[in-house]
Design a protein. Structure first.
Length: 294
């Protein structure tokens, strides 16, 4: 998004102010228009943003990167983001600008990651963790590591950034020894989901569109385990995005799952077809889980 609440760390407000300047820069507008034309995405972006093709600029590009909830819109979002990541992995000012736009598109995820790490890692300010998150997103975008990976690129970016932030925060704690405050806040060691791990799974699931539980509600261990299994299955290609959503959306308690009839209508298919697809997806997930355990 191109705006963030005033309650968020200053780094995000500064990025929004910088974004407004980039949008007003004729050189940036020309570069973005050229990219969209070269990548054959201009007509589709103009259509979803209700714009003239020749008027396309950074604002329309960012709008096209926002999730829409529709299969067609999400496919365009993924195509635009992959095109940007491809450019960001290159060289020169064009690559840096592409990575900067990727960061702007990922600000909502960055805000969630930042707020999620303050409690597990006491002593860090929101702005400290915000800087770390933005730096991680920029470096990952420039590395090209997300390109070619199965699953939605935005979800992969968010997950990689969260892993990088967790590793950096953990490394900062090691030289000082165990922090008593942090130790007291960790979950029972028999529980596979300490706060940091739970946050990582939850952020990744939210970014992938697998979980709609209100932010103020805690996820049960069973729910986190299911989401982790589904995310891993998406990463290795066992489950498609649609299969993963079918499983995660059906086996949940908050919010209550849609009936098969309503879910099928929303997906534009039949209830029987939806049930068959979910059954096959669950079977593949079980097989993959058994193979991993073996």
């Amino acid at each position: 998004m191109n705006t963030t609440p005033n309650t968020t760390p200053g780094i995000f407000r500064r990025l929004d102010a910088e974004w407004a300047e980039l949008c007003a820069d004729p050189g940036v507008r020309g570069a973005v228009y050229g990219w969209l034309m070269a990548d054959c995405l201009a007509v589709e972006v103009a259509a979803v943003t209700d714009s003239w093709v020749r008027a396309l600029g950074p604002e329309q590009l960012l709008a096209a990167l926002r999730p829409t909830g529709s299969a067609t819109g999400d496919a365009l979002t993924d195509a635009v983001l992959r095109a940007l990541l491809d450019r960001a992995a290159g060289h020169g000012r064009s690559a840096i600008l592409a990575a900067r736009i990727v960061v702007q598109a990922m600000i909502p995820a960055a805000v969630r990651i930042t707020h999620g790490q303050i409690r597990p890692f006491g002593g860090r300010t929101l702005d400290d963790v915000g800087h770390m998150t933005i730096a991680a997103l920029f470096e990952i975008a420039r590395s090209g590591k997300v390109l070619g990976r199965p699953g939605r690129p935005a979800a992969n970016l968010a997950l990689d950034a969260l892993r990088r932030v967790l590793a950096d925060l953990a490394a900062d704690l090691e030289p000082r020894g165990s922090d008593l405050k942090v130790a007291e806040e960790l979950a029972d060691p028999l529980d596979p989901f300490d706060p940091a791990c739970a946050c990582m799974v939850r952020c990744a699931a939210t970014a992938a569109g697998l979980d709609e539980t209100p932010a103020e509600e805690e996820l049960t261990t069973a729910r986190l385990q299911l989401l982790e299994l589904v995310l891993d299955a998406m990463d290795d290609g066992t489950l498609s995005e649609a299969d993963a959503r079918a499983i995660a959306g059906h086996y949940r308690s908050t919010p209550a799952p849609l009936s098969d009839h309503d879910a099928a209508r929303a997906a534009g298919t039949k209830a029987a077809t939806l049930r068959q697809r979910r059954s096959r997806a669950v079977a593949r997930l079980k097989t993959a889980t058994r193979s991993t355990a073996a």
